[in-house]
Every structure is written in structure tokens, then in C-alpha cells.
Design a protein around this ligand. Structure first.
Ligand code: GDP
Length: 311
């Protein structure tokens, strides 16, 4: 079964790892959000693409879900001692990624090309595609701080400002990266990973041509909200601040008629009656690699039952 997974960083990477444990490389393509990307210390940083790649390569820090295993922070400490910006946590190994990516981009390579080469170097055999080679920037509209660049909101201000909307700067001129539309056309199903709907999945859906391509397919989403809360990050807080009660139901409604089926946690089993599409109830909290594989297997089984209903 050919699967396209749509993913952000930490939550997305966990389910992607589960799918990668089950599917042969040719059967899994991961399309990753790049609207969190930003320039810092003169370097081009792709937090979500790197989190997905590090996870698939077995290089990710299992404690944080982002950054590298066995990381040191000597460069950052020295930047701090010099009075430079230290609010974005860049480890020494991670810095090498950003240095080399920046060098290649400045030499004229495309982000999709650099990502493919890095995946080869790291031994990642499944296909990881940035959503676009063009710059798209999530801008967060807040009540008290005006419009903030995403990492300013997310890391520097620790998601504290009250959010009242989002804008994806540059999205109108952005095109799907090479291979994105082809992977979708060839896919038997598309999986929306348990990622932040507002700032990880929505930027991908906003790229010209992707929504219509997805709408032709069987689409299953896994809820990133369990028992009204997120495991990590501001998705639930964002729903609340936008006047929507955070829940697995709110996420399903957010994606609306793009979805063919929905996976929600056993804790939220009684919410399934409020959702009009087929639901699959299982443990969606992924505490270890086995949990990731089990959830991925559930998602694949669910897709098969949806396909047999369609036929
Ligand atoms: P980010 O770009 O690093 O913020 O990562 P994502 O957008 O991919 O993931 C953030 C979302 O992942 C949050 O809404 C979390 O609730 C969700 N998440 C993290 N771990 C898990 C998990 O084990 N299970 C589920 N269902 N959601 C998770």
C-alpha cells in the first residue's frame, strides 16, 4: 500500500517512524511542513524537516523529540558568552546540518535536493520531501504583540502571546516541491499525522494544488489532541484562543470534508458519536517505538477497511 504522510515536527515524526517500520521505502513518502523554517545566525534552519529526518535516521534525541542524540552545546555557549542570541537551542551536531544546508542553498541547490542528499548521507531510505522549495513563513497574529514570525512566537516567547490568526507569507507564490504531487497521485491513501493542525498541517494544505490533489484520495487523520490536551506544543491553546473548545472533534471539524476517516484515542472514545465519518479508536499516545509501530499498523488496517467500504 502506497502512503503519503503529511507531517510537522515532533508529533508527525513519531507516526512517520511507525509507518517507516512497516512500509518498504518505495511505499512511503513524507511531505513535511517548511513554514516553520527561518534564518538565524545567518543559517537556514528547517526544524520540521530535520526532526523527521533525524527520527528516521535514528539520530533524534528521544527525550525532546527534536535535536540530536548525544548532543553538545559548545558553540551555543560560546555564542552566549559573546552576547549573541541564545534563545534558539542549536546543538553542535545540529549546527553542522544548518551550516552545510546553508552553504548548498547559497550555491544554488534547492531545499528538496539538499534534503534528498542529506537523507542519503544519514541512511534514510523512505522519501522525505519538503512541502515546497519556495519560502513560506507562518506569521502568528497576536493580541498584544502584533504579528510575530513563527519561531519568535514559538521558541523566543514560549507560545505565551494570545493568538488571533495565522498567515502563511509567500504561500501564493509557492509550488509543491518536485515529487509532491506525483506521490499524492500514486498514493493509495494520505495520512495526516498527529501534528499541529494550525501551523504544521495547514501550511501544507495551503500550497497551490495540494488540497485538490488530497481531496481525490482516501485521507485518514490521527488526532494530536487527547483528552482535550496536546502532548506537547500549543495546538490546544490555539484552538481555545480562536474560540474553539480543543478536542479531537475540533480537529476533525477543522479538516472537514477532506477526511475519509479519523483516528482518535481510547480516552476520547465517546466523542466518536459526534464525528460523522468512520472513526477508529485506539491508543494514540506514542511513548516508544513499539507504540509508534502499533499506531501505524492501526492506521493502515483502518485504511484497508475504508477501501473495502468504498469498493
Ligand atoms: P512540531 O512542529 O514540533 O510542533 O510538531 P507537530 O506539529 O508534528 O506535533 C505537535 C503535535 O503533536 C501536538 O499537538 C501534540 O499533541 C502531538 N503529539 C505529540 N506526541 C503525540 C503522540 O504521541 N500522540 C498523539 N496523538 N499526538 C502527539
Amino acid at each position: 500500500m502506497k502512503i503519503v504522510a503529511i507531517a510537522g515536527g515532533v508529533g508527525g515524526a513519531k507516526l512517520v517512524d511507525g509507518l517507516a517500520q512497516l512500509l518498504i521505502p518505495g511505499d512511503l513518502t513524507i511531505i513535511v511542513n517548511t513554514a516553520d523554517d527561518f534564518e538565524h545566525l545567518g543559517l537556514y534552519i528547517c526544524p520540521d524537516v530535520d526532526t523527521v529526518c533525524y527520527t528516521l535516521a535514528g539520530l533524534a534525541n528521544p527525550e525532546t523529540g527534536w535535536g540530536r542524540l548525544g548532543e553538545t552545546f559548545q558553540a551555543l555557549e560560546n555564542i552566549r558568552n559573546l552576547g549573541g542570541p541564545d534563545w534558539f537551542h542549536l546543538g553542535d551536531k545540529d549546527l553542522a546540518t544548518h551550516l552545510e544546508r546553508t552553504r548548498r542553498l547559497q550555491a544554488g541547490q534547492l531545499l528538496s535536493q539538499v534534503t534528498r542528499n542529506f537523507c542519503q548521507a544519514w541512511g534514510v531510505r523512505h522519501t522525505v520531501l519538503p512541502m515546497s522549495d519556495q519560502l513560506v513563513r507562518t506569521m502568528v497574529a497576536t493580541d498584544d504583540f502584533g504579528e510575530l514570525a513563527f519561531q519568535e512566537y514559538f521558541v523566543h516567547l514560549n507560545c505565551k502571546p494570545k493568538v488571533n490568526g495565522f498567515r502563511f507569507e509567500g504561500v501564493d507564490a509557492a509550488r509543491p516541491a518536485p515529487g509532491v504531487l506525483e506521490a499524492m497521485q500514486n498514493a493509495d491513501a494520505i495520512v495526516f499525522c498527529p501534528s499541529n493542525p494550525w501551523v504544521s498541517i495547514d501550511p501544507i494544505l495551503a500550497i497551490k494544488g495540494l488540497r485538490p490533489a488530497i481531496a481525490l484520495k482516501t485521507v485518514v487523520a490521527v488526532s494530536p489532541i487527547i483528552g482535550g490536551q496536546t502532548i506537547k506544543g500549543p495546538a490546544a491553546k490555539m484552538f481555545t484562543e480562536l474560540g474553539i473548545q480543543p478536542s479531537a472533534v475540533a480537529v476533525a471539524r477543522h479538516y472537514g470534508d477532506l477526511l475519509s476517516g479519523y483516528v482518535l484515542d481510547i480516552i476520547d472514545a465517546d466523542l466518536a458519536s459526534e464525528i460523522t465519518i468512520p472513526c477508529y479508536i485506539t491508543q494514540t499516545l506514542m511513548k516508544n517505538r513499539d507504540d509508534r509501530r502499533h499506531l501505524a499498523q492501526d492506521v493502515l488496517n483502518f485504511i484497508q477497511t475504508l477501501h473495502s467500504r468504498e469498493n
